[in-house]
Design a protein around this ligand. Sequence first.
Ligand code: ATP
Ligand code: MG
Length: 257
Amino acid sequence: MTPILQVEKLSKQFGGLMAVNQATFSVQPGEILGTIGPNGAGKTTLLNLISNMYAPHSGKVLYKGENILGYPPYKIAKMGLVRTFQSTVSYGEASMWENMMRAQLGYHFLGLWPEFLITRAVRERKKIQTEKAETLLRFLGLEKLRDHPAKALPYGYQKLLGLAIALAGDPQLLMLDEPAAGLNHDERVHLMRAIQKIQENGVTVILVEHDMKVVMGLCHRILVLNYGEMIALGTPPEIQRNEEVIKAYLGEDTEIA
Ligand SMILES: Nc1ncnc2c1ncn2[C@@H]1O[C@H](COP(=O)(O)OP(=O)(O)OP(=O)(O)O)[C@@H](O)[C@H]1O
Ligand SMILES: [Mg+2]
């Protein structure tokens, strides 16, 4: 099968620090690839490089076989490569509903004049957007909170809103940066089910996460970074018994089950 993503010798340096050094891996369509590693290991930088928020010092990123380096992030998102952020990102004053509608505008804006004159195409577009916002909020169990201002929501719900906003972009490859951070136990279980369902709907996922239960429970393969170096790539059982990973990150007595 042709990989949906191929990362070849990708590197990023900040001053004297190699934040990501020669990362090389590929992601198969339909796969959930976990990315783990200690704080500062380079996980977020890797996502920033793939989504072109940072220019790499060297290396290549092929998305569906196309070299996307140099493409602006909005173009990459339109091609179906969408990411969420480690911090929550939404319009705080706006309600969840308004956030969902705004999130889709970037993808479906029809131009100033059609929008101003509210043409039939605009009405149709708004109907589709409304249906999609409803479906996604229901999918993530957020529909009862749709009229709440985003900033007044508990942190866990703000994170889920970030996921809903990302899904509004119809991703084919979705990159999630620590979606479970700050969530309580029930919210985590809810999130894991949601990620599973997203994958079952045909979306490929790259999941950066510290929560080992989430990572081991969901991922087909796991990539381990340490000080910018890829130290392992394998299935959850392979990663759990990898000596170097245990030393650098998991620790001898990590409880995963
Ligand atoms: N914009 C930047 N300018 C300078 N240094 C940076 C920048 N972004 C990241 N770094 C450095 O690069 C290294 C990797 O950072 P990165 O945020 O990718 O780590 P991470 O694995 O996501 O960590 P965490 O688990 O804490 O989120 C760190 O040493 C960090 O301080
Ligand atoms: Mg990070």
